[in-house]
Design a protein around this ligand. Sequence first.
Ligand SMILES: Cc1cc2nc3c(=O)[nH]c(=O)nc-3n(C[C@H](O)[C@H](O)[C@H](O)COP(=O)(O)O)c2cc1C
Length: 457
Amino acid sequence: MRQYLFDGDNEGKPFSRKEFQDVVKAGKYKERLIGFGSLKDFEAEGFYIRNTLFPKLTDEMKVDNAEKIKTRVYKIDGEGLFTRKEHSEEKLADPYYLQDDDAVVIGEHTCRYPFRVKGQVGQSAMSYGALGEKAIQAMSKGLGLAGGTWMNSGEGGLSEHHLAGNPDIMMQIGPDLFGVRKPNGEFSWEEFKKKSEMPQVKAFEIKLAQGAKTRGGHVEGEKVNEEIAKIRLVEVGKTINSPNRFYEFSDVPSLFDWIEELRSVGGKPVGIKIVVGDMDALENMISYMKESEKGPDFITVDGGEGGTGATYQELADTVGLPINSALPVVDEMLRQYGIRDRVKLIASGKLITPDKIAIALAMGADLVNIARGMMISVGCIMAQVCHTNTCPAGVATTDKKLQDGLVVDEKMYRVANYIIHCVKDFTIWQPQPVSTAPRNLNGSTLSIKMNSDVYRR
Ligand SMILES: Cc1cc2nc3c(=O)[nH]c(=O)nc-3n(C[C@H](O)[C@H](O)[C@H](O)COP(=O)(O)O)c2cc1C
């Protein structure tokens, strides 16, 4: 009631009604035009994008639109006060891929099989189990259709649902080692090798932390059905309490040794997912990267505002820096140590619209991960019950009955449209490539109206 009837357009958290609609409209209609003007509070602190006097013409833009994407969009036939008639129709869309020489290459100099990405926006980690099979399939098919993007499996292992649309996969490995463990819970090199030999799997992400969750996962035994047990390589019906840190390593040198081994066995890029909090720990890691010439091929920085399938309120609210504060710190520290060119940065944390994506890219990210935007594009209504298996929209639930309303072959187009829209709308601004040398943020690609409490250097 509050969300639909009483919240103002710019109210509501984690996403305002306006932000929610932005995602829905991009996915459903592939259109987000507005009239009259912005509803934003221009008196508040915020980030603004520097414009140019002479923008590039569309046909001067350096993008690869050679292949078209056959998608579907809705067209409105007529609208009354409480009614809307619409139909869906086929549409050929430009993908706005990066050209080959601009592609982001992860693990270019370290791996037998580097990961080449021709788009800068992908799906952030969400497991099968946290989301139902239909949501995962719709995302997989939509991302596969859009191309130039990727799907992160989440820590719950790699399922056939992730592979349904054949997108490029980043497989996440959490402390629970789901999908790459022996029956006794130890890491299985054999299972890891099997996963790394799958052509769809392009990279591995070791999850050290996620913005909203710095504790080990918990899955009730009743949720561990045969399928989930098979994917995660755990026992059917047995409650899983995951450790909150890997047993495989306990400090930076042992983490880096493990990364070296994973990379040498799998031949594919290996990254880490972190949340920025302790600056000394971050600097310790980055200085060791420089000194040892080892380290991850990419670092995913999740903001403290990130979402989760299940956590405690105080962890979601208070632990870790938000992305716009964290990102420039990591980027700048890598530059200061002269190793920014060795590692790609992936950012996440409520980056659901092209302006927010552009700001993250200008603040130091090479790529952007989206989780909840993807959920909204497959029908999430922000009921905020992901942890209960009772999601009324059939997105964050494995309950078959609740998933009845989620039609994969309809929602997949919304996912594709949403991703294309995100990529297209910031590409139109043609963010300029930035050098990897240390820089003065005042001269960066953004004009930043900074709140000194938010950003301290
Ligand atoms: C339902 C749900 C499940 C998630 N599962 C995982 C997970 O398995 N591993 C992980 O690292 N992050 C997980 N996340 C966090 C997201 O990957 C992401 O880091 C975070 O939500 C920030 O992105 P967003 O603001 O675009 O949602 C999950 C988030 C949600 C909402």
